[in-house]
Design a protein around this ligand. Structure first.
Ligand SMILES: Cc1cc2nc3c(=O)[nH]c(=O)nc-3n(C[C@H](O)[C@H](O)[C@H](O)COP(=O)(O)O)c2cc1C
Length: 371
């Protein structure tokens, strides 16, 4: 997608693209979170906003991106730029996707359907969670053919696990993100303190023979996902597998050797091991180890276009956005999600131009200051 600069009279040299038509849209995600807080049940708000234990990793995630300072290039004609890319064949108008988040119906009646509609309107693929509160098929239908990925929690019951993967494939999902960082649920102290209860009905479990309701929490998840399991899934799932939750170069290599097609560097938005390294700090090591063998996606604490440029300069091909989408859903439904993603797309477009890059290929490590 070629994005023209806007002329002072508002006209573009080329036909104005979505990202330029929304230039000027400005969303402060901290303000949006504060607004969501006023409308949501306090337990639901804390479940989405909170993280594990002392929330050390939650705080560090955002700071770590900001510690990376950019070295913009000038004497570059950034009048016409291209922010598009693709990951494992999934086209992205900007290097951004929506992170998988459980229980979105808690935020808005339309839950994942609204996120699917809002993100599809911007061309941004969404990753639907195993713990979605609408079925995989309904979410895919709401996206109206827009590309989607599925996030898988591996279950002890391998037939059930595989059936979920095949359902995703048959519903048109293009890749599966297998989350590795939840052998147990992290200690979400904030949400527990306020007495938040998980919903008991998760439609993706309403399959004959599968675990039902929220039994997943105590029984269903496989706590011993190994390379053998990953190899099996990669062969049988019928879709490319990315591993989500990687924070070390050696784990990335072991995953690729076992058959994974891509890596998602993530600490689950600080919700699992508190004290885990911020993803901005882990990404360089993972990128060096992977050395171009497979795509790397990164999430946790990414809140702006400049964060996206930093992530790409540190070696990622794309990013995932989590909580900002939750706040947009809570405050504005599908329209809110669309507006939030359009604002981020406009920020990414602006960050490219201000950093002096015309395409994702031009985002190289020298854009980050070493001191
Ligand atoms: C409320 C909530 C629910 C989540 N549910 C899932 C999930 O079902 N599966 C998963 O792999 N990650 C889940 N995550 C983690 C996100 O996919 C992502 O890694 C994280 O939110 C990114 O950080 P950010 O929120 O700072 O952007 C969840 C995160 C939140 C905040």
């Amino acid at each position: 997608m070629l994005l023209p600069a806007r002329r002072p009279d508002g006209s573009g040299r080329r036909k104005a693209s979505r990202a330029t038509t929304v230039r000027g849209v400005n969303i402060d995600f901290d303000e949006l979170q504060a607004q969501a807080r006023t409308t949501l049940d306090p337990g639901v708000f804390q479940y989405f906003a909170g993280a594990a234990e002392d929330e050390e990793t939650l705080a560090d995630n955002r700071l770590a991106w900001r510690r990376r300072k950019l070295r913009p290039r000038f004497l570059v004609d950034v009048d016409v730029i291209d922010t598009s890319t693709s990951v494992l064949g999934t086209p992205l108008p900007t290097p951004m996707m929506v992170a998988p988040m459980a229980y979105q119906r808690l935020l808005h009646d339309d839950g994942e359907l609204a996120v699917a509609r809002g993100s599809a309107a911007t061309g941004t693929p969404m990753i639907a969670s195993t713990m979605a509160t609408h079925s995989l098929e309904d979410i895919a239908a709401a996206a109206g053919g827009g590309p989607m990925w599925f996030q898988l929690y591996v279950h002890e019951d391998r037939d059930f696990t595989l059936a979920l993967c095949h359902r995703a494939r048959d519903a048109g999902y293009r890749a599966i993100a297998v989350t590795l960082d939840m052998p147990r649920l992290g200690n979400r102290r904030r949400a527990r303190r306020i007495g938040f209860e998980m919903p008991s009905v998760v439609p993706n479990f309403a399959m004959e023979g599968g675990p039902s309701g929220n039994r997943y929490a105590s029984r269903g998840f496989d706590v011993s996902v190994t390379e053998e399991m990953l190899g099996w899934l990669s062969r049988e799932a019928g879709l490319p597998i990315l591993v989500k939750g990687i924070l070390r170069g050696d784990d990335a290599l072991r995953s690729l050797d076992a058959g994974a097609a891509g890596i998602i560097v993530s600490n689950h938005g600080g919700r699992q091991l508190d004290g885990a390294i911020a993803t901005a700090d882990a990404l360089g090591e993972v990128a060096a180890a992977v050395d171009g063998r497979a795509p790397i996606v990164v999430d946790s604490g990414i809140r702006s276009g400049t964060d996206v440029v930093r992530a790409l300069a540190l070696g990622a091909q794309a990013v995932l956005i989590g909580r900002p989408v939750a706040w947009a859903l809570a405050t504005g439904g599908a329209v809110g999600v669309q507006a939030a993603l359009e604002a981020l797309q406009a920020e990414i477009d602006l960050a490219f131009r201000l950093a002096g890059v015309r395409s994702v290929a031009e985002i190289t490590p020298d854009l980050i200051a070493t001191v």
